[in-house]
Write a protein that binds this ligand. Structure first.
Ligand code: NAD
Length: 491
């Protein structure tokens, strides 16, 4: 039975590397049929801001597997990233990027590098919710959810098991973002406990990135949040020396998309010099995903053998080791000529022995926790004086069960008892809390009466009546008796 997949030729070098890849797939006996959709520059320039025609979604949703060439995103405002749209619309929550050194055929300082980055693909700062809030201040919302973390962390552990990997490293910045990144790390510890056969470790993302640049061989599978994953996957690809060779998979519960990590390289388009290896490696990942492992293994072995035989496209060609400077078509032909052969220096591919690697993930079960509202942060735009002036003005608005606890500016407490040295913008967070807090023990919430929406609305009315301009509010909540909001620095 042939599996129908959706393909897109993309822009720039896209058509050349797609032709090369399809020729190899067909020659290797992949059981595939192709449904071609149009994406990218031509579609953008027809005025479709998403870069994909509405009818193309039917093909993607029916076939559920997408092999995509890179596209060119036109310069200028108003064009939405097709990659972000596809990932989010199809729920492709995991971005999987293997980074491997192909020493000595591709230059690298780390011949033993062989790691996989599993990046969360839908949340974090990439939710794309941004606002200008005041004259001085802009905001981007970082959203991290329990279902999102559970899915990606479990995927990383399942991936490690399925591919015989020994260790999973979590990277986060939970020393600073204790709630969002803290949740990611906590879920890594919770789910990791279910995988006693796999080593686990956590690094703060800054030192973690430095270690990838310095000693990447120490890593095996890395799981991390969206923004950090975006950055470290480029660092890892760069130190592997193989930016042009890397493939990636975007995996969802229903659909998956496979693409090279490089772009459309318009500077070399149409010249038959592009290296098709990134898309070939993506296609190998796709074959494993759909259970055609024997074909994946055959192509991977032939591709490794081609590198070993010194048949190299211009981007990796070196006089000392290369034998033939191959064009895109000639390189693909060399891979086809070697189907059935095995590499002699690189490890022989074992993808064929593993069976389908479509990973089964558990459904998220929501545990309802008791929510208590303890107060409200009211954010103001204000530039009419000092923090003390604002504090004294706001103290006048205490009442109806709420009282001012503190004011912070860019997260630093500036009232009461702020420092005159702290620079203040026109964006103030004014924290009002229930007046029923236990002053002796503020963590004891048993005496705190829930703050109602009505109390918050009437506080906002008092704020407005006093001539102040609020730009947003955030309620201060506890879940199951634990306060879930950050303190101001110095609070
Ligand atoms: P790029 O990856 O296209 O090119 C960077 C450099 O690497 C260029 O010198 C190019 O010639 C070279 N290169 C890239 N792939 C190569 C290959 N397979 N063989 C040989 N050399 C190769 O990055 P860019 O120039 O920053 O972006 C060009 C366009 O691609 C932009 O419009 C960008 O938005 C788009 N882009 C698309 C994707 C995607 O569709 N997934 C990803 C990245 C960039």
């Amino acid at each position: 039975m042939k599996k129908k997949i959706t393909i897109a030729y993309g822009d720039g070098i896209g058509p050349e590397i797609m032709d090369a890849t399809l020729n190899i797939l067909n020659a290797a006996g992949a059981q595939l049929e192709y449904d071609v959709i149009e994406i990218g520059e031509k579609v953008y320039l027809q005025g479709i801001s998403a870069g994909i025609k509405p009818e193309a979604w039917d093909s993607l949703r029916t076939n559920k597997v997408f092999l995509k060439s890179p596209i060119t995103t036109p310069q200028g405002k108003g064009y939405k990233s097709l990659n972000v749209t596809t990932r989010k619309s199809l729920g492709l929550f995991a971005n999987v990027r293997p980074c491997v050194a192909y020493h000595p055929y591709v230059d690298t300082m780390f011949p033993d590098l062989d790691l996989v980055i599993v990046r969360e693909n839908e949340e974090d700062l990439y939710a794309g919710i941004e606002h200008r809030q005041t004259n001085d201040v802009y905001q981007c919302l970082k959203l991290v959810s329990r279902p999102g973390c559970e899915k990606i962390v479990r995927y990383a552990f399942e991936y490690a098991r399925a591919y015989g990997r020994k260790k999973v490293t979590c990277m986060s910045k939970d020393n600073i973002m204790k709630l969002t990144d803290g949740l990611f790390h906590k879920i890594f510890d919770e789910i990791g406990a279910e995988y006693p056969d796999i080593q686990k470790e956590h690094h703060i993302i800054d030192i973690g990135s430095a270690l990838i640049a310095d000693t990447p061989e120490r890593f095996d599978v890395i799981v991390t949040l969206n923004l950090y994953g975006d950055i470290i996957s480029d660092i890892a690809a760069q130190v592997a020396g193989s930016v042009g060779l890397g493939g990636s998979a975007n995996i969802g519960e229903r659909c998956a998309m496979f693409e090279a990590i490089h772009g459309s390289a318009p500077d070399i388009a149409g010249k038959n010099i592009a290296n098709p290896s990134g898309l070939i490696n993506s296609a190998i990942m796709m074959l494993v995903h759909i259970g055609q492992n024997d074909i994946a293994e055959k192509i991977q072995n032939a591709w490794l053998r081609t590198l070993e035989d010194g048949i190299h496209t211009g981007d990796i060609y070196k006089d000392v080791i290369s034998k033939v400077r191959a064009g895109t078509k000639e390189f693909a032909q060399a891979v086809m000529d070697r189907l059935g052969q095995k590499p002699q220096k690189f490890a022989v591919s074992t993808l064929g022995s593993g069976g389908s690697k479509t990973l089964q993930l558990q459904k998220f079960v929501r545990k309802k926790e008791k929510k208590q509202v303890l107060g409200v942060d009211v954010f103001l735009q204000w530039d009419a004086g000092s923090a003390n002036d604002l504090g004294l003005k706001l103290e006048q608005l205490n009442g109806d069960g709420l009282k001012l606890k503190m004011i912070s500016n860019r997260g630093v407490k500036v009232y009461p008892e702020g420092l005159p040295e702290t620079f203040c913008t026109d964006h103030w967070r004014c924290r009002f809390v229930a007046d029923t807090f236990n002053a002796e023990n503020p963590d004891d919430l048993s005496s705190v009466k829930d703050v109602t929406h009505q109390q918050i609305v009437s506080l906002l009315n008092r704020v407005t009546a006093s001539g102040l301009d609020f730009v947003k509010i955030e309620t201060l909540c506890a879940f199951d008796g634990v306060k879930c909001y950050s303190l101001g620095q110095g609070e």
